[in-house]
Design a protein around this ligand. Structure first.
Ligand SMILES: *Cc1c(COP(=O)(O)O)cnc(C)c1O
Length: 200
């Protein structure tokens, strides 16, 4: 959740500088600017320096700030957002934030999968329950049930339907969120048993 921490560095830094001593927060976007700045930083500096030949980054789409930052840095063609069901109109939200950053919303060209939403934000889907097992078994990587499991499930679906093809440099962007795993004993048990069956 480094991207959320970066957002907080901006908002809280500003609040402290203004002499604030109390923080009130709600579950809605507050500072688009801070969020976008964070996303662009994450996209350009960290990702491209590690993977210069990147063809596609697959990323969870919650409020859309992370995807918008990546689109601004990489272009719409190189980012596939996997909708988590957090918003009614994710494409419009991402397009608006990209527009603030680049002057062009690129709405028609945004690549967003909506097949992993299931019963809605925060509700475990069958494919999001399955994806962490595969990631644990084959990569030793832990996924959270809300964001990164959906991201991986979206990538798996994209491979299955031919959107993502062999030979392309594809990155599944792990946005963190592991504490989400511990709120669900069922998910923790599945992850643990996946590791037990396939010791390192
Ligand atoms: C918040 C969050 C996201 C979604 O990021 P947005 O910028 O809101 O789209 C993805 N993954 C994790 C783990 C998160 O906590």
């Amino acid at each position: 959740m480094a991207h959320k921490v970066r957002k907080l560095e901006y908002t809280i830094g500003t609040a402290l500088a203004a002499g604030a001593d109390t923080l009130v927060t709600v579950g809605a976007p507050q500072s688009n600017h801070a969020r976008l700045t964070a996303g662009v930083r994450a996209g350009r500096r960290e990702l491209l320096s590690q993977v210069p030949s990147l063809d596609l980054a697959v990323v969870a789409l919650g409020s859309g700030g992370t995807m918008a930052g990546l689109v601004a840095a990489l272009g719409a063609d190189r980012v596939l957002g996997v909708d988590t069901g957090a918003m009614d109109e994710p494409a419009a939200a991402v397009a608006a934030m990209v527009g603030e950053l680049t002057g062009s919303g690129l709405r028609d060209r945004l690549r967003i999968r909506s097949d992993q939403v299931g019963a809605g934000y925060g509700r475990l889907t069958e494919s999001a329950a399955e994806a962490p097992r595969l990631a644990a078994r084959t990569e030793g990587v832990a996924l959270d049930p809300v964001y990164t499991a959906r991201t991986m499930a979206g990538l798996i679906a994209a491979v299955e339907d031919g959107t993502v093809t062999p030979g392309r440099t594809t990155v599944c962007w792990h946005t963190g969120g592991l504490p989400g795993l511990f709120g669900r004993t069922e998910a923790v048990d599945r992850f643990g048993s996946a590791l037990e069956r396939f010791p390192a």
